[in-house]
Design a protein around this ligand. Structure first.
Ligand SMILES: *Cc1c(COP(=O)(O)O)cnc(C)c1O
Length: 342
């Protein structure tokens, strides 16, 4: 196929690039979710990556593909991509500059600085940080690595799909958190090449879901970024989007939205039932499983637990059932109850 964007060979190369650093995360059964949803549910724990999220896959592959004489890299990040780039750049001895907006939680900034990257706080939104990364790339001659609209990054994220098939060859449905679509698009590309009948559904929060709205509109649309428990899913896919929109359009079977109250409950489910710490971004897929929008799966479901980098105090507050401030909105607390909120 001339226009396939990412080839099987690209994914093979990514697998080789990440082997031993970002590969081989656990795939575990969830007895609670299996009981609650009536189908076998497995969790792909990308939260067990050394930096706590799958973003290390794409970042490692992108750094591996840099020209030898590249003076360094720059990216914008809501936290996890920057952490992946910082980790991979440090290992490769490459300079890394990470642009982050004021929305990004302080824990994520500190983690990136600890890895030796230069953090550049800029602007109020993820889109501001993205514009600044574009500017720095130009004036300093750095290579910009998009968190999702970059072929090497997408090929890196695609390796999750291959690992899911290897660990669960008869999977029927995959639920994947959806923001810029590098993860969902890459994963779906890799899975559909081997098992086109597997149903792959992206899940986003209903506050500022850029890719979801773009898929519905048939082309990239701009959204206003809102404060959400799923902070890693914020930001726009970009009106100039080149690859990730088209990949999601081609390979995803559906996209759905969940509320902040559902995400809050899903974080409690992961903690109380599976004893897992996850961040809001990936709790969206658990919320979708517990919600009513999805018809029952016709076989095994794999939910991608994409990251664990949640602020500790926020996690403690959710476990305790306390209220959470989300910008100008207060999310009402709820003591844990296995039944989802209505
Ligand atoms: C980046 C991220 C996502 C979404 O990935 P995209 O490729 O932007 O769709 C989901 N979960 C976590 C934890 C992330 O960091």
């Amino acid at each position: 196929m001339a226009d396939e964007i990412i080839s099987e060979a690209d994914i093979d190369a990514a697998e080789a690039a990440i082997a031993g650093t970002a590969s081989g995360t656990p795939l575990i059964p969830s007895p609670f979710l299996t009981g609650a949803t009536g189908g076998d549910v497995f969790l792909k724990l990308e939260s067990m990556q050394p930096i706590g999220s799958f973003k290390l896959r794409g970042a490692t592959n992108a750094i591996a593909r840099l020209p030898k004489d590249a003076p360094g890299v720059v990216c914008a990040s809501t936290g996890n991509h920057g952490r992946g780039i910082a980790f991979a750049a440090a290992r490769a001895g490459v300079r890394a500059v990470i642009c982050m907006s004021q929305i990004v939680p302080e824990t994520k900034v500190a983690a990136i600085e600890a890895l030796g990257a230069e953090v550049h706080r800029f602007g109020e939104t993820s889109d501001d940080a993205e514009d600044e990364a574009v500017r720095l790339a130009k004036v300093q001659g750095l290579t910009r690595i998009s968190a999702f609209d970059d072929k090497a990054v997408i090929a890196g994220q695609a390796t999750v799909g291959r690992e899911i098939l290897a660990g669960c060859p008869d999977v029927a449905r995959i639920l994947v958190p959806l923001s810029g679509g590098g993860l969902a698009g890459g994963l779906a590309r890799a899975v559909k090449a081997q098992r086109p009948e597997v149903e792959i559904i992206g899940v986003s929060m209903d506050r500022g879901a850029s890719m979801h709205l773009s898929l519905a509109a048939g082309g990239p649309v701009d959204v206003e970024e809102e404060i959400t428990l799923a902070d890693a899913l914020g930001g726009s896919i970009g009106l100039e989007n080149r690859f990730s929109f088209e990949m999601c359009r081609r390979y995803l079977d559906g996209s759905l939205l969940v509320s902040e109250a559902q995400i809050y409950h899903a974080l409690q489910v992961l903690f109380y039932e599976d004893r897992l710490i996850a961040e809001g971004a990936c709790a969206t897929v658990i919320a979708a499983l517990m919600g009513t929008a999805l018809p029952p799966a016709k076989g095994k479901t794999v939910a991608v637990i994409s990251g664990r980098n949640i602020d500790s105090r926020r996690m403690a507050a959710i476990v305790a059932g306390e209220d959470i401030a989300l910008g100008d909105m207060t999310l009402k607390g709820r003591a844990y109850d296995p039944a989802p909120p209505v």
